[in-house]
Design a protein. Structure first.
Length: 395
């Protein structure tokens, strides 16, 4: 057991993070064995999905996405017309960010008599991921969180509040999830800590890298193999010039196969004038991103765009991927990324087009006006009848 959190907050005794990951892998393999024995066993497919999502989320095992697609294919062969199969197809499609396909599968599930609550739960996730019907989604998230007070419901609410620019409300919601947690699994706790890191490191109108770093460190202390937390903390350490600390965070997870690990390590090595190692890591990263983009374009379009806009050094490829991401889910974050990439690539026409689309889609949202384009573009938008002035869309 590992004690976590500071003395001014709740204390938890969680299962050792390394042991928890080993146990997860064993459970994942057992769930597949049971699924192959009887693909139609009640809850069997759902258990596999839960395990595969955990190894993808925490351990960076992106091969899980291919395994989930295989699972859906097996169910279609075993029971093609059932509502259950359509629901599983929707869940898998949503996990790989194929949101239009997920909606189509949900419609099939509804026509086949699926339970309304199951459909609505998935539809909430899809709408939130795509940035649509957010007022309705927010109302539903609050109602569900108040009714059930489950950690997963509170985290979903906190994530939505964060996306809407309500940083303080998001933090209060995440902290409530921590206050109410009574289990020993390290995964949910590490998840909340990571979300708090993202909140203050990326989403809050006033970012606080030091605050974000503390939360990422707590996530790592709770779950040492947590790939995303290590990568995010390594970015902060690199920005502070703490190259040795950043490298120490990345080296233990280099074998997982996440191309972002290789990318960030390449940057760390280059900053230390270790250019041969940096170039080797960068090539591994480029190859890894292209493999993932080839298999799961929509799931990795935003990550690929970020890479090619930075160390990948291909502005055209970055903008292409950012546009794919915007088309798939027109969230404020997606527009912001695509607009920033267009500006960096010197593509004024694309930047103007994306800004106009963002104003049309998000101009009535308070969160949009916390973010803003350049003065010339603002004047263009004002001439088109948008009088409010956002403050920092391009940061």
């Amino acid at each position: 057991m590992n004690p976590t959190l500071e003395s001014d907050e709740p204390r938890f005794l969680t299962t050792d993070g390394e042991i928890a990951v080993i146990n997860l892998e064993s459970a994942r393999r057992r769930s597949w064995t049971r699924f192959f024995e009887n693909p139609l066993r009640d809850g069997g497919a759902e258990t596999v999905i839960g395990h595969e999502q955990l190894v993808s989320q925490f351990v960076g095992d992106f091969a899980s996405l291919g395994r989930l697609e295989f699972l859906a294919t097996e169910l279609v062969e075993a029971d093609p017309a059932s509502a259950h199969t359509a629901l599983i197809q929707a869940q898998v499609a949503s996990t790989t960010h194929r949101f239009a396909e997920a909606r189509h599968c949900l419609a099939k599930a509804k026509n086949s008599g699926a339970v309304t609550d199951d459909i609505q739960r998935l539809l909430l996730n899809i709408d939130q991921a795509c940035g649509v019907n957010l007022d309705e989604v927010l109302d539903a998230r609050r109602q569900i969180a108040n009714e059930f007070n489950r950690l997963e419901d509170l985290v979903a609410l906190g994530a939505l509040l964060a996306d809407m620019g309500e940083a303080d409300d998001a933090e209060r919601t995440y902290r409530q999830a921590l206050m109410d947690y009574q289990d020993v699994s390290p995964f949910p706790l590490a998840w909340v800590y990571f979300q708090l890191g993202v909140l203050w490191g990326e989403l809050a109108p006033r970012r606080d890298a030091s605050r974000a770093a503390e939360w990422y460190q707590r996530a790592i202390d709770t779950l040492p193999p947590y790939v995303k937390a290590r990568v995010h903390l390594a970015e902060i350490r690199s920005s502070d010039g703490r190259w040795g600390d950043a490298e120490a965070l990345l080296r233990p997870i280099i074998a997982v196969g996440d191309p972002e690990v290789h990318w960030r390590l390449a940057d760390v090595l280059a900053a230390q004038a270790r250019f041969d190692g940096a170039e080797a890591q960068l090539e591994i990263a480029r190859h890894g991103f292209e493999c993932l983009l080839g298999r799961h374009t929509l799931a990795f379009a935003d990550h690929g765009a970020e890479f090619y806009a930075a160390s990948g050094n291909d502005g055209r490829r970055a903008l292409q991927l950012a546009r794919v991401n915007v088309e798939n889910r027109s969230t404020l974050r997606a527009f912001r990324q695509a607009h920033n990439i267009a500006i960096s690539a010197g593509d004024a026409a694309a930047a103007s087009e994306l800004l106009s689309a963002a104003v049309k889609r998000w101009g009535s949202a308070a969160a949009f006006w916390l973010l803003s384009p350049s003065e010339n573009q603002l004047e263009d938008q004002k001439e088109q009848g948008h009088d409010n002035r956002p403050q920092d869309f391009c940061r």
